[in-house]
Write a new protein. Structure first.
Length: 84
């Protein structure tokens, strides 16, 4: 049985499409904090007439966005927010 070299596996992981390479954003949507990988334009298109704004930086890793919400907004995803 042949083994696949670790370097080949690592390079394939870097090139793989999908959520591993997607940015994660912190939004306020209808006065609730949400973390999502969709862009602002995608969110506005998907949510119709909802009030949507970005309330934090973007992240390469989704759990980092959740930790940022807890540390900087002193709230949790689903907590209250405002798009003022």
């Amino acid at each position: 049985m042949r083994r696949i070299p670790a370097a080949l596996l690592a390079s394939l992981a870097v090139l793989a499409p999908g959520s591993a390479l997607a940015m994660t954003y912190v939004y306020c949507i209808n006065d609730k904090i949400e973390v999502d990988q969709r862009t602002l334009n995608q969110m506005k298109s998907d949510r119709g007439h909802s009030t949507i704004c970005i309330i934090g930086p973007s992240f390469d890793f989704g759990p980092d966005a959740v930790r940022w919400v807890e540390a900087n907004l002193k709230s949790k995803v689903g907590g209250a927010c405002s798009c003022r």
